[in-house]
Design a protein around this ligand. Structure first.
Ligand SMILES: Nc1ncnc2c1ncn2[C@@H]1O[C@H](COP(=O)(O)OP(=O)(O)OP(=O)(O)O)[C@@H](O)[C@H]1O
Ligand SMILES: [Mg+2]
Length: 310
């Protein structure tokens, strides 16, 4: 069945995977998973080791066959040989480690790669984008790890992909480069590229992803925007303040003392702050150094995975 198209004739779902199962021969590792990514969005795929992320992504890329289910990627079926050949020009994959000829220069690697695509980006343009322009004549083998990651990304961008699979794009990068690469990925979305991101850096996921899908043991256990997942997981806000002198163990209800600070976990921060103020008035002490840290995607993710361990 063809995908529905929007008015501009583009696909509503860059990825439309329905009831996908995978059995490597020793039992199913994906159980009828349905995974849909709207075109032009950044989708993050999360899950613990062995959950089935790589298996699913490889099926979506067409590098691995599925046992059953229907699959449409940019309107084509990656499991079909002819469709796969067409998709290769429209999809890019950045793996955690890639093989490149170490003796070639950065520019030559990119030039050669560009020759595979009908309408590639200019080599210098893409090097500017990943902040590697000064290294254009350097040999691949002379690059640092972080520069190699940026070169991998440059290669992936060269063909102007409609769909980009990114595996841990900023691991090993220094903070400035990381910020730059994140801005670049966000910019790709603005230009209409769909991005599927796997990352264990949940701060990055929270910042970049429009939607997050969490897979465990071959099944999705949660899907939604980062904010929705945080809300649904009922992770706690942490209210803290500097422990006043001479407390003698007297703490507000439900509080604990951690590294010289009084800490309370809550899902109702206003009530807690009120209670803390009342407590301070009773104790005739001042509240100083008050911090209120809302739950993060990291907290939500951990709560989500704990919930399932019954
Ligand atoms: N080539 C293979 N042959 C047989 N079993 C495999 C193969 N690749 C993966 N598996 C199994 O499939 C399951 C899912 O593995 P997969 O690599 O998809 O997990 P993952 O979510 O990518 O994990 P990680 O976070 O460790 O990369 C695991 O039980 C794994 O042992
Ligand atoms: Mg994996």
């Amino acid at each position: 069945m063809p995908d529905p198209t929007n008015l501009r004739g583009q696909y509503v779902h860059a990825i439309n995977a329905i009831d996908i199962t995978k059995d490597y021969g020793k039992g199913e590792v994906l159980h009828r998973v349905t995974y849909q990514v709207p075109a032009g969005r950044i989708a993050a795929l999360l899950g613990p080791n062995g959950a089935g992320k790589t298996t699913l992504i490889e099926i979506l890329e067409g590098h691995r066959g599925r046992t059953s289910g229907t699959l449409s990627v940019l309107g084509l079926d990656p499991g079909d040989r002819r469709d796969f050949a067409k998709l290769r020009r429209r999809i890019s994959v950045v793996l955690q480690q890639t093989m490149l000829e170490p003796g070639l220069s950065v520019r030559d690697v990119l030039r050669r790669h560009a020759s595979y695509y009908p309408n590639p980006l200019e080599v210098d343009e893409v090097l500017e984008q990943v902040d590697l322009i000064e290294k254009r004549t350097a040999l691949v083998k002379s690059l640092s790890d972080g520069m190699r990651r940026r070169l991998d990304l440059a290669l992936a961008l060269t063909g102007r992909p409609e769909l980009l699979f990114l595996d841990e794009p900023t691991t090993g990068l220094d903070p400035l480069s990381r910020r730059r690469i994140r801005a670049l990925v966000a910019g790709l979305r603005d230009s209409g590229t769909t991005v599927v991101l796997t990352s264990h850096d949940l701060v990055e996921v929270q910042e970049l992803a429009d939607r997050v899908d969490v897979i465990r043991d071959g099944e999705f256990i949660a899907s939604g925007s980062p904010d929705e997942l945080v809300r649904d997981a009922q992770a706690y806000t942490v209210v803290e303040f500097a422990a006043p002198e001479g407390l003698d163990g007297r703490l507000p209800e439900g509080a604990s003392l951690v590294n010289g600070r009084v800490r309370i976990h809550t899902d109702d921060q206003d009530a807690v702050v009120r209670r803390v103020q009342e407590w301070a008035a009773r104790e005739r002490t001042e509240i100083t150094g008050l911090t209120i840290v809302p739950p993060s995607l990291d907290d939500a993710y951990i709560a989500m995975l704990k919930d399932g361990q019954t």
